[in-house]
Structure formats: C-alpha cells, structure tokens
Design a protein around this ligand. Structure first.
Ligand code: ZN
Length: 171
C-alpha cells in the first residue's frame, strides 16, 4: 500500500539565509546537440559546395535565379522550376568591418563580413561570407570578388568550404 507524502522536511529559504549564503547551489552545464533537415534546396546547395560549385533555383515566371536556392519563389507564390549553376565570382552588395569578436572583446585584426551577389544570380540575391586578402580601407560596395575554396579533400558540404572571398585583380 502506498503512502501519500503530506509533509516535507526543511523549509523555504529565508531572506537572511539567502544573504548569508546558507544554501546549496548546483551548477549544471547543458550541452544540447541539435540536428535538423536542411531540406531539398539547401541539401543540394551544400552538396554542390563540396564539389566546388554554387547552385541556385530559377523561377520561370519572374525569371529570377535564387541563391541560396529555394524550392518556392516568395515573389510569385509558386514553386521554382529548375536548378541553375552560378559563378563563384560576384560583387560586394554590402559589408561590415567588425573590430569586436563574438565574446565582445576587441580583435587584433577585424573580421570582414560581406554580402556577395554572385554572377549569374539575380540582383538582391546574396550570400553572407567573409572577405580575405584585402585591406579593410580598400573594401567598397560593388567591388569584384572571387571565392577562395578549400582543397577538395577538406570540403564538408558547408558554406565554410569557401574560405573567404578575395578581390579580383583588376587588369
Ligand atoms: Zn518568381
């Protein structure tokens, strides 16, 4: 026969106990691990990155090439129609020079972040990435850049398979 517990030992912590630190404290660190399905469009996009190629999706109604690819055109409210490779060159749409790291500490050398509109993708389609081999003061909107890829053996099917974008030498 089970017995119901009606009273518990101990008492609620008082203000004085709290001030005097007379309580037990347990610090527990959670390390949740997440995984999620990338979906049809981004899965293909990541597979292509591993092969050193960048792919988008074309909508035959508005004639736009969406990069990163989407299976649905948000302007036409209809499914996109076909895969289309774009180039790994493009131009800087916007950029940021960050002197502060993710832990809010000042960095010795700034992180250069840019939205790059790839050649072959429609205007306004850009991927967020970092810039390399460029003096921060030289960066400008419209500047031509090219992807610097990791060697094939190091690629994992991730956006970081592109190390960074560097300026294209003007000839
Ligand atoms: Zn469309």
């Amino acid at each position: 026969m089970s017995q119901k517990i009606t009273s518990y030992p101990g008492h609620e912590i008082t203000t004085d106990e709290l001030k005097e630190g007379k309580y037990l404290e347990i610090v527990q660190k959670f390390e949740p691990r997440y995984s999620w399905a990338a979906g049809v469009a981004i899965s293909r996009f990541l597979e292509e990155l591993k092969r050193g190629r960048i792919i988008g999706r074309k909508c035959s109604k508005c004639q736009r090439t969406l990069v990163p690819p989407r299976m649905y055109c948000e302007q036409c409210y209809r499914p996109t129609d076909e895969w289309e490779y774009v180039r790994d060159t493009g131009s800087i749409n916007t950029f940021s020079i960050s002197h502060v790291g993710t832990d809010a500490r000042r960095l010795k050398s700034p992180i250069l972040v840019a939205v790059v509109e790839l050649d072959g993708a429609s205007p306004g389609m850009g991927i967020l990435h970092t810039l390399g081999k460029v003096e921060p003061s030289r960066i400008s909107i419209g500047m031509k850049v090219k992807a610097v890829w990791k060697p094939p053996g190091e690629r994992q099917g991730a956006i970081t398979d592109i190390r960074y974008f560097e300026p294209v030498e003007e000839t």
